[in-house]
Design a protein around this ligand. Structure first.
Ligand SMILES: [Zn+2]
Length: 389
């Protein structure tokens, strides 16, 4: 079976309208590409989300096992009529392939599918292959990300799938291929603070207990917390307030409650548990400063823990290959939001490298076909190096 050019794979994938959380036929198409190369493919349905696991191995247990991870779901193409080319047509003009998901991240999926096809074609004549290559895809990354990779982690553990390295194909390069490899991510914890007072007429504040002075005191203190100064690989941890609300439609009522939401993106100087403790103490101290008897409730949810793979030996090999193919020295970064790397790093060292992040989620999203082919070269060269020796 001849490998399919990666721009054709990317174009086909864009034509499936896989708006999150639907895969819309992407998995069947990818299975049709991987099965002739000897992959065993399965779809694992978790509620309304399809997850896809394809694996190639001839020896159990394998000497080394690499897994490529991606998502076929895309964000909707809002204002589709304002796109220069229809968002799900996958039109090619002047070396650019246009369409929703081109960069985030059907392009990278096309690149690693094509890379493994070519790699297997090259090794077929050689000695028995004693390693394992897997591809793990979800259709729940852009949405809630509850039934996607997060729930595939225990499934993979049950199947006794152990990995030496994971490469996530999220778009990591700000503008040009080769600029940035993600070698870790910050953690994320979200908080809801509710302060309970007593409602009353705004003209008679002595008969009420306004929760807003307590809330403003709390938010002032929270906003001025210096959590750390960052470290070699991470920017300082940051608390950001996203909402303050009393649900008060009128101007002459003192509200009974006030709720605020805030989130902390945090680095490896903290654990989520330690941060929750810091936040509780800050709120307690702030409320005490008001000398009033407020009730308050604080809830939190942790959506990611921070991780870093700076010392992993494969990282330097990967960076060298990126340098050789793109002639750029990549910045090793932990910046940006969360991705499925936050789940995969629980199983194995995880690095992220894909196409261009500035194009993600934009109107007229596109990729450069020459960069897509370079990305495939990087993945393929890395497979050669990874399984060497
Ligand atoms: Zn993405």
């Amino acid at each position: 079976m001849k490998s399919v050019p990666c721009e054709i794979i990317a174009q086909q994938l864009i034509q499936f309208e896989s708006i999150t959380p639907f895969e819309a036929g992407c998995f069947q198409y990818i299975e049709s590409l991987l099965t002739p190369s000897g992959f065993k493919c399965q779809v694992i349905q978790i509620e309304d989300v399809g997850n896809f696991y394809a694996t190639y191995s001839q020896t159990i247990p394998p000497d080394k096992h690499i897994v490529f991870v991606g998502h076929v779901d895309v964000v909707p193409a809002i204002n589709a009529s304002s796109w220069t080319y229809p968002p799900f047509a996958g039109e090619i003009h002047n070396d650019k392939l246009y369409g929703r998901g081109a960069c985030d991240m059907k392009g990278a999926i096309a690149a690693f599918v094509s890379a493994v096809q070519e790699f297997i074609e090259d090794i077929e004549q050689e000695q028995p292959f004693t390693h394992q290559i897997s591809i793990l895809l979800t259709s729940d990354e852009e949405g809630d990300a509850i039934n996607g990779i997060q729930k595939m982690i225990p499934w993979l553990q049950e199947q006794n799938q152990k990995f030496d390295l994971c490469i996530v194909g999220e778009p990591t390069n700000p503008e040009i291929l080769g600029q940035m490899i993600k070698i870790g991510r910050r953690g994320s914890v979200s908080f809801k603070l509710k302060i309970i007072g007593i409602a009353g007429h705004i003209a008679y504040p002595e008969k009420a207990l306004n929760p807003l002075p307590a809330m403003t005191q709390c938010l002032y203190e929270l906003n001025h917390l210096i959590l750390d100064n960052g470290n070699e690989y991470f920017q300082p941890s940051n608390l950001e307030i996203s909402s303050v609300d009393t649900n008060n439609p009128t101007g002459n009522i003192i509200p009974s409650t006030c709720e605020a939401k805030f989130n902390i993106r945090f680095n490896t100087e903290h654990t989520a548990e330690k941060l929750v403790d810091v936040i509780q103490k800050t709120i307690r101290r702030s409320i005490e400063q008001t000398s009033q008897e407020y009730q308050w409730e604080l809830t939190h949810s942790v959506s990611a823990h921070p991780f870093i793979i700076a010392d992993n030996p494969y990282l330097q090999t990967f960076a060298n290959i990126v340098q050789k193919v793109t002639h750029l020295t990549s910045q090793l970064s932990t910046s940006g939001g969360t991705s499925d790397a936050r789940f995969m790093h629980h199983l194995c060292p995880t690095l992220e490298f894909g196409l261009i992040s500035d194009q993600a989620h934009k109107t007229d999203e596109y990729l450069f076909i020459r960069e897509l082919n370079k990305l495939k070269e990087i993945y393929k060269n890395f497979l050669n190096e990874f399984f060497k020796g």
